[in-house]
Design a protein around this ligand. Sequence first.
Ligand SMILES: Cc1cc2nc3c(=O)[nH]c(=O)nc-3n(C[C@H](O)[C@H](O)[C@H](O)COP(=O)(O)O)c2cc1C
Length: 348
Amino acid sequence: MNTKITRMLGIKYPIVLSGMTGISTPELVAAVCNAGGLGILATGDLSPDSLRESIRKIRELTNKPFGANVPLLIPGADEKAHVLFEEKVPVVNYSLGKGDWICQKVHEYGGKAIATVVNLRHAQAAERDGADALIVTGHEAAAHGGEAASLVLVPSIADSVGIPVIAAGGFGDGRGLAAALALGADAIAMGTRFMNTLESPVHSAVKEVSCVKTVHDTLYSDKVDGIPCRVMQSKGATRLIKGRFILIRALWTSRAAAKSYGLPWLKLAAGILLLAVAKGIGKAVALARLANAWGPMQQGMEYGDTENGVLMLGQVTGLIEDTPAVAQLMERIVSQARECSAALAEKV
Ligand SMILES: Cc1cc2nc3c(=O)[nH]c(=O)nc-3n(C[C@H](O)[C@H](O)[C@H](O)COP(=O)(O)O)c2cc1C
């Protein structure tokens, strides 16, 4: 296939693995790269040292280009970004913050910077900041998709910027790939679909549940982790959303989160309190919700408790019925996209 993104990144297929915490591991990243796409390593739960090890592991498993994602909102993001620069990671994908400094550093060593955005204003700002491409995430997505659905968000942004767009949110098969290309995107990024593959490290109970859930079985709320977020409907999700005493609970829950981020707990707790003073209670509550969500998400994704845990899941789960190997999935998507566009040419 031949799009602006395949040419820019030197990949065979315009298919990207989204950075998913605990799931987009070196093994899954390398599997996607070796199958012709771009794998993006999730760095959310990695300390700077384990991040460096993960990058080296990817390089042992593939000689293809790969990426790594830094959510800028998460404490310790700057330190992780500097590891990516030192290791000269070919593609740095940033989200949830202003990334002009990331674009500058990545360009210095000849890498590419991709910003993840959920609305037009942020897309235009990222282009001004120097991003080489955008991942545009629609409402259907697992986790932090935007308010607008991909069907309208992708063309509206593709029409308004001069850099290539990678459509995310709701893509899981060849029909979706063909549709995204028709909407003006130059690639798709998939989270939920890649989460349910043989190489994905997620608990098998999560893969099984994603084969049976329908497009109606997720919910979207800003009370899950402080930013509008889509998760599977479950008792655990309802409990988290209705939870009270958010800030007080976070003093406790931030211990586990701090450990995972490789940060001293006091630094994280003090960060939440300082945010309350500097930016208002709303921002601090949002960060506190992030800390409170850590345990239930681990319970869901890592331990496979699909009832009491919290599972990030996109609406595309309703189109997923199997657990293929990554290479098999990607070949299937590409051949379905080709069939689809041939059939479409006849209809149109
Ligand atoms: C299990 C899971 C974990 C995720 N973790 C993160 C994350 O840590 N950071 C992030 O920015 N997005 C995360 N996402 C969202 C994906 O990066 C991506 O935006 C989304 O999955 C795309 O929509 P789709 O699920 O419809 O393919 C996660 C998604 C899933 C399914």
